[in-house]
Write a protein that binds this ligand. Structure first.
Ligand SMILES: Nc1ncnc2c1ncn2[C@@H]1O[C@H](COP(=O)(O)OP(=O)(O)OP(=O)(O)O)[C@@H](O)[C@H]1O
Ligand SMILES: [Mg+2]
Length: 226
């Protein structure tokens, strides 16, 4: 079966003044469909760099990233945008919600960008997800009136609204207290089980790590353990 994500001999080098930083060094990894994986390791080990490459937000210096078997370096701008809209969902450490929009509107937003849905279809999907993440009662609240845990639940619903096959989350619990963080990971895991969505998220929190079914440890841009 085709892997959800394959990374073949990927290196990433950032220019830095007159020198350069090697953030990733010859990484080789496969992620199966439906895996719930965390990328762990100390600050600067390359977690965000790896997630940005998988999310097609950056390109490797060497090697290739495949999403569902498609080599992303071979895709044009339009195809890449479409792939990101249709296949990938993103959850960020800082939630990245739109403050002037309420919970319903924040969750609905990606569907408006993706296009092709009636307002009824959009509303049905948003309602279903608000129930799933337990935010139906907050539908009309502005995102800046919510707690950190509630904001991250909105962000999870927003990442799932387009029914992506792969969800990427860069330290989704970093701005939450540890028990809220664990609840957020439990929610992600429930979604992973019920929708067979592949999850790849980073953390340096051991409490969060123990909820993952697979831990990839990075150190200085290399895979220590997978
Ligand atoms: N845009 C950039 N320009 C130059 N160097 C960068 C850039 N982004 C990251 N780096 C460097 O690449 C290495 C890996 O960074 P990365 O952000 O991937 O680490 P991380 O594991 O996500 O760290 P953290 O836990 O602090 O978020 C670090 O040495 C970092 O300084
Ligand atoms: Mg990072």
């Amino acid at each position: 079966m085709t892997h959800a994500v394959s990374i073949e001999h990927v290196s990433k080098i950032y220019p830095l003044g007159n020198t350069e930083v090697q953030a990733l060094h010859d990484i080789h990894l496969n992620f199966d469909v439906g895996e719930f994986t965390t990328v762990a390791g100390p600050s600067g080990c390359g977690k965000s760099t790896l997630l940005n490459l998988i999310g097609c937000m950056d390109t490797p210096s060497q090697g290739e990233v495949y999403i569902e078997g498609k080599p992303i370096s071979k895709l044009g701008d339009k195809e890449l945008t479409r792939l990101r809209l249709d296949k990938l969902g993103f959850i960020f450490q800082s939630f990245n919600l739109i403050p002037v929009l309420n919970v319903f509107q924040n969750i609905e937003f990606p569907l408006l960008i993706q296009g092709g849905f009636t307002s009824k279809e959009r509303s049905d999907r948003v309602m279903e997800l608000m129930d799933e993440v337990g935010l139906r009662a907050q539908a009309k609240q502005k995102s800046n009136e919510l707690s950190g845990g509630q904001r991250q639940r909105v962000a999870i619903a927003r990442a799932l609204i387009t029914r992506p096959s792969i969800v990427l989350a860069d330290e989704p619990t970093a701005n939450l207290d540890s028990s809220t963080g664990e609840r957020i990971i439990d929610l992600m895991k429930a979604v992973n089980k019920s929708h067979k969505t592949t999850f790849i998220f980073s953390t340096h929190d051991p409490l969060v790590m123990k909820h993952a079914t697979r831990v990839i440890r990075l150190r200085d841009g290399e895979v220590l353990e997978s």
